[in-house]
Design a protein around this ligand. Structure first.
Ligand code: FES
Length: 244
C-alpha cells in the first residue's frame, strides 16, 4: 500500500510514513517546517490545507481556533494525512533540522510530576551503549545550567541540544533563538553574580565552566542569531591498541 504524500507548495513532495504527522514528515525530509511545542499548544506549525484531508491527533488542540477551522488551517504537529494532501506553509530556513528525526524504539523508565498538568518523561533508547567520556552527573549539571540560562536569556522557540565530534573534541551545544544579549554581556554570564543582580541562577554557568575545565574541556557562549552555550571536551583515548 502506498504511503500518503504531502506536497508543500513551492517546496516539493515528501512521503508521510504511517502515523506520521505533516510536521514530522516534513522534518524527516529536511524541510524547515516551523514548530515549537509539538503538542498543539502554540500554533507555530499552522498550515493551510489546499487539497486532501487530514485529522488531528488531539481532538481539540488548544492552538486550533475557530478562525483556523473557517480557513481550513491545521496544526502540522497534530495533523495526520488521510491520503495525499497539498499544504501551504511558510518554511523557515532556521528550522531546517541539523539532524533529521528518525523513528527509534524506546522504553519509558521514569515519570516525574512537575506541575499539576505537566510531567517529565525519561526514556531509554534501544541500541549499543555510547562510550562514556565524562561523569554523567557533571554533564547533567552543565546542561542544566545551559538550559536554565537559555530559558532566562533567550525567548523564542524550542531549546535545541546537539552533539558532534570536531577536531578531536566532542562538542555539546544548547541553543535558542531570540536574545538581546551582546557577546560581551553573554560572556559575563559565566561570572558569579551577587544575589538580587538580575535573573536566573547567579552561579550556575560559573560552576558549569569549572566542571568543564576540570574535565580538560571548556564551556563558552556564542551569539549567532540566537544564544548558544557550548561544552567542548577532549575525545577519550582509545581503550584498546590501534592494530595498524
Ligand atoms: S508546534 Fe506548537 S502547535 Fe504545533
Amino acid at each position: 500500500m502506498s504511503v500518503p504524500v504531502v506536497r508543500v507548495v513551492g517546496d516539493g513532495v515528501v512521503e508521510c510514513a504511517e502515523g506520521d504527522t505533516v510536521l514530522r514528515a516534513a522534518l524527516r525530509a529536511g524541510l524547515g517546517f516551523p514548530y515549537a511545542c509539538n503538542t498543539g499548544s502554540c500554533g507555530t506549525c499552522r498550515f493551510q490545507l489546499l487539497e486532501g484531508a487530514v485529522e488531528h491527533l488531539r481532538a481539540d488542540p488548544p492552538a486550533w481556533t475557530e478562525r483556523d477551522r473557517e480557513r481550513n488551517r491545521w496544526l502540522g504537529c497534530q495533523a495526520r494525512p488521510l491520503g495525499d494532501v497539498t499544504v501551504k506553509v511558510r518554511l523557515d530556513p532556521e528550522q531546517v533540522p541539523p539532524h533529521r528525526p528518525v523513528v527509534m524504539e524506546a522504553t519509558l523508565v521514569e515519570v516525574t510530576p512537575i506541575t499539576h498538568d505537566l510531567s517529565g518523561f525519561a526514556f531509554e533508547l534501544e541500541g549499543p551503549d555510547v562510550e562514556a567520556f565524562v561523569d554523567p552527573e557533571r554533564l547533567r549539571l552543565v546542561l542544566e545550567a545551559f538550559v536554565e540560562a537559555l530559558v532566562w536569556w533567550a525567548r523564542e522557540g524550542p531549546i535545541r541540544i546537539s552533539a558532534e565530534r570536531r577536531d578531536g573534541l566532542i562538542a555539546v551545544r544548547a541553543a535558542r533563538r531570540g536574545t538581546e544579549l551582546t557577546p560581551e554581556r553573554a560572556a559575563e554570564l559565566f561570572e558569579p553574580r551577587a544575589p538580587g543582580s538580575g535573573s536566573g541562577s547567579k552561579i550556575g554557568l560559573w560552576v558549569a565552566r569549572g566542571v568543564a575545565e576540570a574535565q580538560g574541556g571548556r564551556a563558552g557562549v556564542e551569539i549567532d542569531g540566537g544564544l548558544a552555550f557550548v561544552l567542548e571536551l577532549p575525545e577519550p583515548e582509545p581503550s584498546f591498541p590501534d592494530p595498524r
